[in-house]
Design a protein around this ligand. Structure first.
Ligand code: SF4
Ligand code: SF4
Length: 405
């Protein structure tokens, strides 16, 4: 991994053209020059020259970023913004004493504790139908402020406990499944759906009790903790697999980066072989049981290819919604630290789907599901206006479609 100083030439490559302003969701929501890559490069230039200190105040500006990569894709100098910001935050961790809030946000122990409590608590929550009750009163609850908005988001994450019937039969291929912390601890509906769909093409999924992929540690520049997570996950990996899949675009993006942060050959094998689950479903046929107007939200870290599969779903009309491929504004810790900005970005997204009058929005990242839910929680809908269903692509394919090969 490179240090901030190693990116000196990349930072100097910035011509200050300002084109990144036109695509940066955080800049558009705040109009703060320090939110966009050009502004952050000015600050980091100052740090490299010794004119500025990389302290808590400066880190706040580095945190004004969802890691969407839109500026990298648009920048004429092709500067890899995200890697530079990660290196800068890693430098911060080396030279600063952490505040209490930072220690709490960075504690893997606390994070795991919350997940373990959720795993035991959520089945009871669903059993007593609290999820249905909150969904029923969602419109009234969302008027009650920020805490209520988070209740709606967590409620949507908890799901309904959907368990599809999985066809039994002879399995030909074994594919390793990176189940991630969301599937394992919060809601395994997506995992069950992927299992059901892939059973159709005689694939059996093998899970290995993996840890979280480490996305929030990588994005936050807490590289020591990130490397510990890589080690734990690699220790669960044997060499005997052809391919490994995940249903989460954020996990996919982070697992691809494991080889940049570990010298273990298993890291290269994992990073080079990881696929999105939809990649194994491209040859299947799907027909929806009812006719819906469907649209997608493309996560920043998934490819456009999964949309071809969505367009192929029979008896549905595919609607391309404005900015369907722009960041949903959630980005994990970003939504916790910058609640107002995150809400503003998500709200604009939600408005676009309302304007296009779609029935269902499909996506491939659990964090984006929350980002979209957040957008609708922020949006003031008229009494008779229903919000679209927000669903994981896999759950839609497994619960609403007939599948054939
Ligand atoms: S688009 Fe690239 S070169 Fe232009 S200001 Fe932004 S970071 Fe600099
Ligand atoms: S990665 Fe996205 S949010 Fe971050 S500076 Fe670039 S465009 Fe803005």
């Amino acid at each position: 991994m490179k240090n901030l100083i190693d990116y000196k030439d990349d930072i100097y490559k910035c011509s200050r053209c300002g084109l990144c302003q036109t695509v940066c969701p955080v800049y558009k929501a705040t109009l703060n020059e320090c939110a966009v890559s050009r502004g952050k490069f000015n600050l980091l230039n100052g740090v490299i020259k010794g004119d500025l200190i990389l302290n808590k105040n400066l880190k706040k500006y580095l945190e004004l970023c969802t890691g969407c990569n839109a500026c990298k894709d648009f920048c004429p100098s092709r500067i890899d913004v995200r890697d530079i910001f990660i290196a800068a935050k890693a430098e911060y961790y080396k030279t600063n004493k952490l505040s209490f809030k930072e220690k709490v946000l960075n504690s893997y122990f606390l994070f795991k504790l919350v997940l373990i409590v959720s795993r035991f608590f959520l089945p009871l929550y669903r059993f007593f139908r609290v999820n249905k009750l909150i969904k029923y009163f969602e419109n009234s609850i969302k008027k009650m402020g920020t805490a209520a908005k988070w209740l709606i988001l967590l409620n949507s994450a908890a799901g309904n406990g959907y368990k599809p019937k999985i066809r039994s039969g002879s399995s030909l291929k074994k594919v390793l499944y990176f189940d991630g912390c969301f599937n394992k601890y919060i809601n395994n509906e997506t995992l069950n759906s992927v299992k059901k769909i892939l059973a159709q093409c005689n694939v059996e999924l093998v899970t290995k009790n993996f840890e979280c992929c480490g996305v929030s540690y990588l994005n936050d520049g807490n590289i020591d903790e990130f490397k510990k997570i890589i080690e734990k996950n690699l220790s669960k990996l044997d060499d005997d697999f052809d391919c490994i899949i995940t249903d989460c675009a954020s996990c996919y993006d982070v697992l691809k980066k494991y080889k940049d942060y570990s010298s273990d050959p298993k890291a290269v094998s994992l990073s080079d072989n990881i696929k999105m689950a939809w990649d194994l479903m491209k040859n299947l046929e799907f027909e929806a049981l009812k006719s819906y107007k469907i649209s997608v939200h493309k996560p920043c870290h998934d490819s456009y290819e999964f949309i071809d599969l969505v367009k192929k779903i029979k008896s549905c009309e595919y609607i391309e919604v404005k900015d369907y491929d722009k960041c949903c504004g959630f980005a994990g810790k970003f939504a916790l630290i910058n609640q107002n900005i995150s809400g503003k970005i998500s709200e604009q997204k939600a408005q676009n789907y309302i304007d296009s009058d779609v029935d269902i929005i499909l996506t491939t990242c659990p964090a984006c599901l929350l980002g979209l839910e957040q957008g609708f929680a922020e949006l003031k809908l008229s009494q008779n206006r229903q919000k679209p269903e927000i669903m994981s692509l896999y759950q839609f394919l497994s619960s609403v479609c007939k599948i054939s090969d």
